[in-house]
Every structure is written in structure tokens, then in C-alpha cells.
Design a protein around this ligand. Structure first.
Ligand code: MGD
Ligand code: MGD
Ligand code: MO
Length: 821
């Protein structure tokens, strides 16, 4: 193994092969700023990555009060020392000279610096005025999947019990709402069943709409290392793009977008037809088999082939792979969650797993993935559309139990309707019902669909907007008050990755200027608002991260996400530990449901479920009748076509998503030299056939237009399926503040074009299914497409663009064996 690798050119580093049921070898990846040596590092501060959901554990290197690099943690269960490109280089954004260092308030139309007292008093005054004039329903909160557990929990208590509004959601609504919903529909409760160690044992791994190679590169390294070892797993990839996952797959299905349910129904049909069903498991642990079997009885591969535009024989091949698996691990992500019939499709993957009896054993399980680093915590702390601790808002006993924890009257906690989903919060702001919107750790002016509309909402005079961020983002530019936040490395707290692994993230350095941890900002607000419990004591009775963590532990006691066996000291010592962690399971819990389904009984479940076609809620009585004994529910779904299909004017399917080098709206990765250089500008992907039909070629400047808006970018010709166009959604406007450029075109945010539409069950927006057209603006004339060549955007044929490399500045160390120390 080379000791040093260009980790832009080789994002996954080199292989450390291992055999099935073996132990994944350690490989410690590290990157230190030029001129810094390991010996020169004064302190190493433990944390985990905040740039995806994988939870890669690492130490921050500190010299003279500054972050100078990172090193993977060899002993951590998640990564065994490995880091991805964003993990290695992304910390540099902390030092960007344009970090916010003071609060800002709007004066005479302009944002001007001010002190914390001025900024906070403005927010408190506005809150009090709105509470008096319009009630708590005039207040809305839109938070993140990137803050810490302690912060979400504090926010949830402030909003739900302090202010008493139901209008609190996270950008997790755009991200993992469908994961949570699919788990609730099938298992009665949120909570990731499987574990990353299942990769070590599986003989078949199926990835549904999940570009793991680019979005969880360290987990993908684990898969690559198994592929390079003895008795490698076979992969099924379902994705219309030629992702690195697709290139390594035994079977790659590239369906029309929005047809997941049709494809999955055909796969279930084949599993049942060939009787690959584990009847003993199904009889013991599920309800709904007969209904499911009847609903897919005529959903043949030939039927699905016509809808998905995938050869029937390939669907049969995929079903053989799934049906023949001894140990099947399935993963699901945005190609399902942000596509048409999101929850219905995600539930069919759960059904597949249950029919095959592949749950709760090594190598067997489903990962309804998270995307953001701390999305799990947004959900479990109730800072999204759930009550804390996966309590059921429709179960009075659960509400009463939460009221007991908070020492308030149950009536103080709004629970007469479901917590308001993000798209509805913006809708209420648009209608003037919500008058104060507090946005923390998210950049909706780039990440929400149909940006022209979102800008209109943020610009409204009737809406008072607070934005809490690190930079003056596209969203912050619309704010009435901007609060400068401290971030990863500058504050302490915990967060939980996609396989329930909790990490402690330590403060390594001071935040810049007057920037404050999000927790401190919320505690300050709570103090100024003077929220009280029913005995007149302070509602928020904690004062720092560790005391907030303890308060949350009490709230989680006896719940599925039980944290009571953890502590900061234990996490500091042991590294990542998976919840539930209790006196009975002091080392955490590798897999849920190892001994059967545990949280689906009517009295304990988080949700009574919904109709997965319409989103209509089931009543408690419905649920008791369907599932009296608390088993897993096999919920069938019929395929229905997407609302917006290609037509003569907009002939292409519009697909949007990610590249390995950037995170979301690039506020951090765009400020990281190595990552920015690897993918500096937006591009547009289509197939060679589609390029011929449109008379365009590699590198041409093209315009993409939908019914909502347009953007421009240079073309990359790839192996993507015909009839589809792909846009990375990372590129916003932070270099050009004017935002809207009416009539001029030339924007570059994918969400100028995406549609305001959502899954009826999870209410997650559909970023992957709409229609668009492509027109030539100017031939390349020597200009190159900025798309990376190392990833899903690799050119399918000869291409003038040079291979993506990072050169000298992107050389990171990778150490194995004794050298890994
Ligand atoms: N590098 C990087 N990593 C990240 C992030 C990032 O911004 N950058 N973000 C993190 C977050 S928050 C998230 S949510 C995850 C997302 O991680 P992923 O879901 O893996 O990423 P996406 O690129 O959004 O979408 C995955 C794939 O869905 C496919 N797809 C589109 N439509 C369909 C369809 O109808 N059916 C099927 N089967 N597939 C379809 C797309 O072609 C795409 O390749 O990544 C996390 N990790
Ligand atoms: N077209 C299209 N749109 C999409 C998607 C897609 O696939 N296609 N994916 C969707 C998904 S899955 C997601 S998760 C969203 C992501 O969308 P956003 O949440 O809008 O994206 P980010 O750029 O991660 O925004 C996070 C913000 O928080 C700030 N921040 C970072 N750390 C901290 C901190 O510690 N404290 C505070 N206060 N702020 C902090 C960052 O500077 C940044 O401005 O985008 C969604 N939008
Ligand atoms: Mo996400």
C-alpha cells in the first residue's frame, strides 16, 4: 500500500481486502496542513464527520488554537480509521475569512453588525408581540440535520412546551422523512434495524437509489474491500445513473425515474412465484402476507419492464439474486425517498426483507439510510415532525408521559394535529399565517424546490426571518436577524449516524469572533423568554451540552432510542456506541429486532400508520384490528405514474443529486480548495444518444428549463439512461447575491427547475421526478465541462476534459498494519 495518495484522484484510497465473516482491516487516513507534522500536533480532539450520515470517527489536530488537520480513529466501529475526501479536507472551511463573527440586524433595508443583546431582544420582542397578537401558530421553526442532539432536544422543548406551536420541522423532511415513515409503516416505529457490520457478512447487497460510493464513501470502502476479498458479495444496483455502485454491480437496473414501486412489485412477484419466501418467519413476525401476495400476483417482470424501461430478463436476474441470497442486506436512499411514491417504494424494500426472513441476524437487514450527519437526532429529539423519543402524538399516554418528563400539563404540548411538515411551514409563511420563521443550520434558498417561490416567501414583508448559520448564505441575505453560529470543532455535543452509532464531538478550538454554539443561542432565548414548568421552575433546566445530554437521556428512558446507558465519559473512552444502550445492554445494540418485532404493538408504536397510496392516517381502532400483536406490517402498494411526465415541450426526465466532492449547498465544501477545484461549477449530464438527438456535444453550454425556471451549465456526456437529464444540486449563488435574475436565465441552482410536489405519506419533496428540456446556448469551442471524471459523472466516451486529480495539495496519508498505530 502506498503511504500517500491523492484522495481527489482516488477518493476511496487503496484496498485492504478481507473475507466474508472476517474483520475489516484498519487503515488510518489522515491529512495535515502543509508544513505540519504529526509530532508538531499539540492536541487531538475526538469527533466524527459532519459532512454525511456515515459517522466516520476522527481526531482533530490542533496547533496554537487552530485546526490543522484530521486523522481517522482506528478503533472506532464505523470506519476503522478511514476517511472520505470531504472528511479529510472539509475542516478548512471553518477558517474561511468570511465566517460570520457578529450578529446582524436589518436596518433601512441593509444587514448591519450589532451585539448579541440587540439581536436577541429583537427576536424576543417579535416573539412576544406575535404571541400576544396572533398566538403561537404565528411562529415557525425550520431546523437542520446538522446540529447536535443537545441542540435539537433543547429546541424541541422550547418550541413544543415553551411556545406551544406545532410548526417545527427539520430539513430532514427533505432528507430522511421517508426513511422514518417507512420504518413506522412497517415496524410501527422509527429506528434503523441493521448495522454497518452487516456488510461483513452479507452475500448479496442491494442498493436502491443509493449512490453509496459518493455519498457514504467510507461504507463503500468496506464494500470494496469485501469485493476484493474471499467469497465476495454480489451487488444489485437500482439507479438510472452509471454510478460507481452500478459499475461494481452483478446486476444493474437503470429504471425510468419514478417507477420504483413497479420494479419492486415485480421483484416481490418473482420472490413469491419461485417460493423464496421464508414462511416460518412471515407467519411468526408479520401481518398482511395474503394481501401483499394478491396485490403482486400479476405484477410480472414483463409488466414492470414496460413501465420501468428495463428488460424483463434483467428483472428476473435481479430477483434470482435476491431470492438466492443467504444473507441479504438492502439499503435505500434518495433515489427512492425523493422519487415518486417514495414511502410506498421504501416499504416494498422492507417487504422484500421480511418475505425473505432477512432481519436481525448478521448480514441480514435493511438500512433505510439517513443522509445528514445528525438527521437521526433531529428525528429522535422531536425537532422534526415527531414527538421526542419516538412517542406517538395520537396516543394520549405517550403525550402524558412526555408532559411528565417536562413537568408541564399535557395540554401545553400541541398534539391535536400532526407536527407541521416543512413544505407546509413555508406554505403558511406564504399565506401570511406564519409571521416569524427561525431557520437554523439549513439553506432553503438553495435546497428547497422551486426557488423562485422560496425567494418570494423569504422576501415577504410580513415575515420576520431569523437565520442562524456560519456564513452569509443565500438564505441569510433575506434575514431580518442573522445569528453567527459556532460549528463542528468549535462546540461540544453528540450525534448519531445512520446505524445508530452515537459519537461525542469535542470542542477543539474557539469559534471566530462572537460566534456562539447553537445550544448557547437557544439557551439564551429560553432565558430571555423565561419559560416555566407547571411548578414555576425553569422549563429548560440545563445549562451546557453535558447537562442537556442528561436531560435528553431521561426523555429517552424506556423508549426505543434509549440513551440511558451512555455518558460523555463512556463515549470519550469507547468511541462510537449504538443505541439502545441501557443497563441491560451496556455496550449498545448491534441490530434491532434480533428477537422479533418489538415496538409495533398498538400501545407502544410511534404511529398507527397511513395508507401508503394516499397518506390518509389510520385510526387507533384500524391499527388494533390490523396488528393486535405488534408484528411487522407488510404494506402493499400499486404503481401509479408520476404527476409530471415528459411531454413534447419538456421531453426529458429531470434527476438531481450529488457528487462525492461537495456537500449540499457547498457552504463548507465550496470554501475548501481541494474540493472546490474538483467540481467548481454546475454541469448537465445526458447520454450520448440524447446528445445526438439534441445536436449538442461534450462541453457545450446548455440551458435546462422546466415549468418553474431554468439554469445554465456545461454538458457532460455519460452512460446515464436515455431520456434523462441529471443536475448536481450543490451550486447556489453565494458569489452573486442578487438571486433572481428575471428573464436573463443563467442561474445555476438545480432547484430553479424542480417541482413543488411531495410524497403524500412522508411529505418529502420530490427532487428526482419532474420534466425538463435542454437547449444549446453556445458550442464548447474548447471549453471543458467541470464535471468530475472519477465518479458517476465520468464521461462515457473520449472526452477532452482531463482526469480529475487533486495534485500535491490533495495528498493524504493512509497507514495500515503497524504504521496505523
Ligand atoms: N458527497 C456527498 N455525500 C453526501 C451528501 C452530499 O451532499 N454530498 N449529502 C448527504 C445527504 S444529506 C444525503 S440525503 C445523502 C444522499 O445520498 P444518495 O441518495 O446516495 O444521493 P443522491 O445523489 O441524492 O441520489 C442517489 C441516486 O438516486 C438516483 N435516482 C434518481 N431517481 C431515481 C429513481 O426514481 N429510482 C431509483 N432507483 N434511483 C433514482 C440518482 O440517479 C442518484 O444516483 O448523501 C449524504 N452524503
Ligand atoms: N434538487 C435537489 N435538492 C435537494 C436535494 C436533492 O437531492 N436535489 N437533497 C435534499 C436533501 S436530502 C437535503 S439534506 C437538503 C440539504 O439542504 P441544506 O440543509 O439547505 O444544505 P446545507 O448546505 O447543508 O445547509 C446547511 C447550512 O447550515 C450551516 N451550518 C453548518 N454547520 C452549522 C452549525 O453547526 N450551526 C449552524 N447554525 N449552521 C450550520 C451551513 O453553513 C449551511 O448554510 O437539500 C435537499 N435539496
Ligand atoms: Mo439529505
Amino acid at each position: 500500500m502506498q503511504p500517500e495518495v491523492d484522495r481527489i484522484a482516488q477518493p476511496w484510497g487503496e484496498r485492504t481486502p478481507y473475507d466474508r465473516d472476517g474483520t475489516w482491516p484498519v487503515r488510518v487516513d489522515s491529512y495535515l496542513a502543509p508544513g505540519v507534522t504529526v509530532e508538531g500536533v499539540q492536541r487531538w480532539v475526538p469527533t466524527a464527520s459532519l459532512l454525511h450520515s456515515n459517522g466516520d470517527a476522527m481526531d482533530i489536530a490542533v496547533v496554537d488554537g487552530r485546526i490543522v488537520g484530521v486523522r481517522g480513529r482506528s478503533r472506532d466501529r464505523v470506519n476503522h480509521g478511514r476517511l472520505g475526501p470531504k472528511d479529510l479536507f472539509g475542516w478548512q472551511a471553518n477558517h474561511s475569512p468570511d465566517r460570520l463573527t457578529t450578529p446582524l440586524v436589518r436596518e433601512g433595508g441593509h444587514l448591519v453588525p450589532c451585539g448579541w443583546d440587540t439581536a436577541m431582544e429583537r427576536i424576543v420582542d417579535r416573539t412576544r408581540r406575535l404571541l400576544a397578537e396572533r398566538g403561537a401558530d404565528a411562529l415557525g421553526f425550520y431546523t437542520s440535520g446538522q446540529l447536535f442532539l443537545e441542540e435539537y432536544y433543547t429546541l424541541a422543548v422550547i418550541v413544543r412546551a415553551g411556545l406551544g406551536t406545532n410548526h417545527l420541522d427539520g430539513n430532514t423532511r427533505l432528507c430522511t422523512a421517508t426513511a422514518a415513515e417507512a420504518l413506522k409503516e412497517t415496524f410501527g416505529c422509527d429506528g434503523q434495524p441493521a448495522s454497518y457490520t452487516d456488510v461483513d457478512h452479507a452475500d448479496v447487497i442491494a442498493l436502491f437509489g443509493h449512490n453509496m460510493a459518493e455519498t457514504q464513501p467510507v461504507l463503500w470502502m468496506r464494500v470494496l474491500d469485501r469485493l476484493a476479498g474471499g467469497d465476495p458479495p454480489r451487488l444489485l444496483c437500482v439507479d438510472p445513473r452509471p454510478t460507481p455502485v452500478a459499475r461494481h454491480a452483478t446486476v444493474h437496473l437503470a429504471p425510468r425515474s419514478g417507477t420504483n414501486v413497479a420494479l419492486l412489485n415485480a421483484l416481490l412477484h418473482e420472490i413469491i412465484r419461485t417460493d423464496r419466501v421464508d414462511h416460518a418467519y412471515v407467519d411468526a413476525h408479520t401481518v398482511g402476507y395474503d394481501d401483499l401476495a394478491a396485490r403482486v400476483a400479476d405484477r410480472t417482470p414483463a409488466w414492470a419492464a414496460g413501465i420501468c424501461d428495463v428488460p424483463a430478463a434483467k428483472i428476473v436476474e435481479a430477483a434470482e439474486l435476491l431470492g438466492g441470497a443467504e444473507r441479504l442486506l438492502s439499503t435505500v436512499l434518495q433515489g427512492v425517498y425523493q422519487s415518486h411514491q417514495a414511502t410506498a417504494a421504501a416499504c416494498q424494500v422492507n417487504n422484500l426483507q421480511l418475505l425473505r426472513g432477512m432481519l436481525g441476524r448478521p448480514g441480514c437487514g435493511v438500512l433505510q439510510m439517513n443522509g445528514q450527519p445528525t438527521a437521526q437526532n433531529t428525528r429522535e429529539c422531536g425537532a422534526d415532525g415527531d414527538l421526542p423519543g419516538f412517542r406517538n402524538w395520537r396516543n394520549d399516554d405517550h403525550v402524558a408521559d412526555l408532559a411528565r418528563v417536562w413537568n408541564v400539563e399535557p395540554s401545553r404540548i400541541p398534539h391535536d394535529a400532526p407536527p407541521t411538515p416543512a413544505m407546509e411551514i413555508f406554505g403558511k409563511a406564504e399565506q401570511g399565517d406564519i409571521r416569524l420563521l427561525w431557520i437554523s443550520g439549513t439553506n432553503p434558498a438553495v435546497s428547497l424546490p422551486e426557488l423562485h417561490r422560496i425567494r418570494g416567501i423569504l422576501r415577504r414583508d410580513s415575515l420576520f426571518t431569523v437565520v442562524q448559520d456560519l456564513y452569509l448564505t443565500e438564505t441569510a441575505r433575506f434575514a431580518d436577524v442573522v445569528l453567527p453560529a459556532a460549528t463542528w470543532g468549535e462546540k461540544t455535543g453528540t450525534f448519531t449516524n445512520a446505524d445508530r452509532t452515537v459519537h461525542l464531538s469535542g470542542k477543539a478550538v474557539e469559534p471566530p469572533g462572537e460566534a456562539r454554539p447553537d445550544l448557547d443561542i437557544l439557551l439564551d432565548y429560553a432565558r430571555r423568554m423565561d419559560f416555566r414548568d407547571q411548578d414555576g421552575g425553569p422549563l429548560i433546566h440545563w445549562h451546557d451540552p453535558e447537562s442537556a445530554f442528561r436531560a435528553w437521556q431521561e426523555c429517552s428512558r424506556g423508549r426505543p432510542c434509549d440513551y440511558t446507558g451512555l455518558s460523555y465519559d463512556r463515549l470519550r473512552e469507547a468511541g462510537g456506541i449504538q443505541w439502545p444502550c441501557t443497563d441491560a445492554a451496556p455496550d449498545g445494540t448491534e441490530r434491532l429486532y434480533a428477537g422479533g418485532i418489538t415496538w409495533a404493538a398498538p400501545g407502544t408504536c410511534e404511529s398507527y400508520g397511513k395508507d401508503v397510496m394516499t397518506g390518509d392516517s389510520m385510526t387507533e381502532a384500524d391499527y388494533r384490528a390490523l396488528n393486535p400483536d405488534g408484528r411487522a406490517v407488510l404494506k402493499p402498494a400499486d404503481y401509479v405514474p408520476p404527476d409530471e411526465l415528459p411531454d413534447a415541450t419538456y421531453p426529458l426526465q429531470l434527476n438531481t443529486g450529488r457528487t462525492i466532492y461537495h456537500f449540499h449547498t457547498r457552504t463548507k465544501t465550496g470554501r475548501t480548495p481541494q474540493l472546490n477545484a474538483a467540481a467548481p461549477e454546475v454541469w448537465v449530464e445526458i447520454s450520448a444518444g440524447e446528445a445526438r438527438r439534441h445536436g449538442v456535444a461534450e462541453g457545450d453550454l446548455v440551458e435546462v428549463t422546466s415549468r418553474r425556471g431554468s439554469l445554465r451549465g456545461r454538458l457532460r456526456i455519460t452512460g446515464i439512461r436515455d431520456g434523462m437529464l441529471f443536475l448536481p444540486f450543490h451550486y447556489g449563488y453565494w458569489d452573486t447575491p442578487e438571486g433572481d435574475r428575471p428573464g436573463k436565465g443563467g442561474g445555476r441552482a438545480a432547484n430553479e427547475t424542480t417541482v413543488t410536489d411531495w410524497d403524500p405519506v412522508s411529505e418529502q419533496p420530490l427532487f428526482k421526478t419532474a420534466a425538463a428540456r435542454l437547449t444549446l446556448i453556445a458550442p464548447a469551442a474548447g471549453a471543458l465541462s467541470p464535471a468530475p471524471t472519477t465518479t458517476a459523472s465520468a464521461p462515457s466516451g473520449p472526452c477532452p476534459a482531463p482526469a480529475t486529480t487533486g495534485g500535491k495539495t490533495a495528498i493524504a496519508r493512509q497507514a495500515t498494519g503497524d504504521g496505523a498505530g
